[in-house]
Design a protein around this ligand. Structure first.
Ligand code: ATP
Ligand code: MG
Length: 507
């Protein structure tokens, strides 16, 4: 039996068609992958299924019967649950309230104590237990927040679970746990629809995969009968290379070059993710990788380097940029000193969602002489540059007047990257540049980063993808428990040795 069927579903936003005659089927009791380029219409299709957007035409079938789903409460009542690409939990509310309040469609009111007992039992069964159910969700890590979201679906007794890019921000262990649970839910007869840009994951765990391109179905394949090259071709319409194939300029006398960034014995201890005695140098023309399991000090290092004044109270150690002390600087000072930044969380730190692409491109560059003259912003110029970046990075939809809040997740990411790689800065702090980005765009972003290196920029690259670091970096620092535990140099990157150090062992 099919759990879900889309029959020629069309969804328009004004004059723009996000889903066009979209048709595919999802078998009951299977894990079904939904893949496609950024902006292809994956999230939109799932929002139509979940009753957030009404379809303009076409039909949706649940267990082979045509249904009309008009809103999310209705969808939940029909057994459909969704974990969004960007979570939608109520920050100040507790874990418990987030799960049981307002999510009792079709249930007789059972009383808090009983609801809690039931929830604890479910949590225990799936290894999703919380030490404290009374913590506000805003205090939870992303991985924990996602567990709350999944628990919510299990509590609602969803039969179809839609997960929109669930692994983009998880640690490798969390990814393993998540898929362990998904396989188990499937064995219990539930159906899972998984949106992901990670072809390895999709091929490893899905039974079948549907590819969407520009809002239309390209086709569906059994995971056992396809591979990453074919899927990538179906997604972007051309062959994609999964490793960097371009030139890597060789710089003579690298060892004599003066470091652009010098960090010595930097410690920031009174935070949840402390940093202990970190020292390194970053030279022009190199990509220095920062590897480690999330939570081992990397985030604190990035925040310290990009916003030192925030940590002024518990700062110890030295941070020099081209020989000048930056330990008390704020982001604008750093920006003017030549630092470009791709922040960890593009939504909360990177973009103004109710402003257009040009405004967002100007963000943090208001004092840059390229975009301002005598106190006036050169908007026409900024708009022209934004237009050229849209072309270069294939940002969609390709209009500088589009509000960034209406762009798909991956296209927002491309804009943040394009802004940071603007030719101004001489140092780049880049975090998770390809998070949520499709395989074709990854190729472009990787190429752009190496090109900046070849131009002599100094790049510090934070990534949770070891493959990405090994592909791009000249050297790599491995973090564990707040400090640098090992350094590896190209071409001697040994994934096993790096993995051991990331886990707290020896190389
Ligand atoms: N509320 C909206 N108003 C206008 N346009 C929208 C809205 N939501 C989505 N779109 C547009 O619809 C298209 C499809 O977006 P969608 O979020 O479904 O893409 P996606 O396949 O999920 O991409 P990604 O992999 O980047 O998450 C995009 O071009 C997007 O800009
Ligand atoms: Mg999406």
């Amino acid at each position: 039996m099919n759990a879900i069927e889309f029959r020629k579903v069309t969804k328009k936003f004004g004059g723009f068609t996000a889903n066009r005659d979209l048709s595919f089927t999802v078998k009951k009791g299977s894990i079904h992958g939904l893949i496609g380029e950024n902006g292809a219409g994956k999230s939109t299709a799932m929002k139509v299924l979940f009753g957030i957007h009404p379809a303009d035409s076409g039909e949706i079938l649940i267990e082979d019967r045509v249904v009309r789903i008009t809103n999310p409460v209705h969808a939940m009542r029909m057994g459909i649950g969704m974990v969004h690409q960007h979570f939608m939990l109520a920050g100040p509310e507790t874990v418990l309230d987030n799960i049981i309040l307002g999510h009792e469609p079709g249930r007789v009111f059972v009383g808090r104590a009983r609801a809690e007992a039931e929830l604890r039992a479910i949590a225990k069964t799936y290894g999703l237990d919380f030490d404290r159910w009374d913590r506000p969700v805003s205090e939870l890590s992303v991985g924990e927040q996602q567990r709350v979201e999944i628990l919510k679906l299990l509590y609602q007794k969803s039969k179809v679970l839609i997960l929109d890019e669930p692994t983009a921000v998880l640690t490798p262990q969390e990814v393993k746990d998540l898929f362990g649970n998904l396989v188990r839910l499937k064995e219990e007869g539930k159906t899972i629809i998984l949106i992901s840009h990670k072809l390895k994951e999709v091929l490893g765990y899905c039974d079948e995969i549907t590819v969407i391109r520009r809002g239309e179905t390209v086709g569906s394949r059994k995971a056992s009968e396809t591979d990453d090259s074919e899927l990538a071709r179906m997604m972007v319409g051309r062959d994609v290379s999964f490793t960097y194939q371009g030139e890597r300029k060789v710089f003579a006398n690298m060892s004599d070059a003066k470091p652009v960034v010098r960090v010595s014995r930097l410690s920031i201890t009174s935070t949840t993710e402390p940093l202990r005695e970190v020292s390194f140098e970053l030279k022009p023309g190199e990509i220095l990788g920062v590897a480690g399991v999330q939570g081992n000090g990397q985030s604190t290092l990035l925040r310290a380097l990009s916003h030192p004044s925030l940590h002024a109270k518990n700062w110890s150690g030295e941070y020099l940029l081209n020989g000048r002390d930056q330990s008390g600087s704020d982001p604008i000072v750093l920006r003017n000193a030549g630092v470009g930044l791709v922040p960890e969380d593009r939504l909360s730190e990177g973009l103004l969602l109710n402003q257009d692409m040009t405004e967002n491109f100007l963000l943090g560059q208001h004092e840059d002489p390229r975009y301002s003259k005598g106190g006036f912003l050169l908007r026409t110029k900024a708009r022209a540059v934004t237009e050229s970046k849209i072309k270069e990075f294939d940002i969609r939809p390709p209009y500088p007047t589009v509000w960034t809040g209406r762009m798909s997740g991956g296209n927002q990411q491309k804009l943040v990257i394009a802004r940071a790689l603007d030719p101004g800065p001489s140092v780049l702090y880049v975090a998770h540049p390809t998070r949520g980005v499709d395989v074709g765009a990854i190729e472009k972003i990787h190429d752009a980063i190496v090109q900046e290196r070849n131009r002599g920029k100094a790049i510090l690259l934070f990534s949770s993808e070891l493959d990405e670091l090994m592909d791009l970096c000249d050297r790599m620092l491995v973090f564990y428990n707040g400090g640098i535990r090992a350094e590896f140099a190209r071409p001697d990157f040994d994934p096993w040795a790096i993995g051991r150090v990331m886990g707290g062992g020896d190389r």
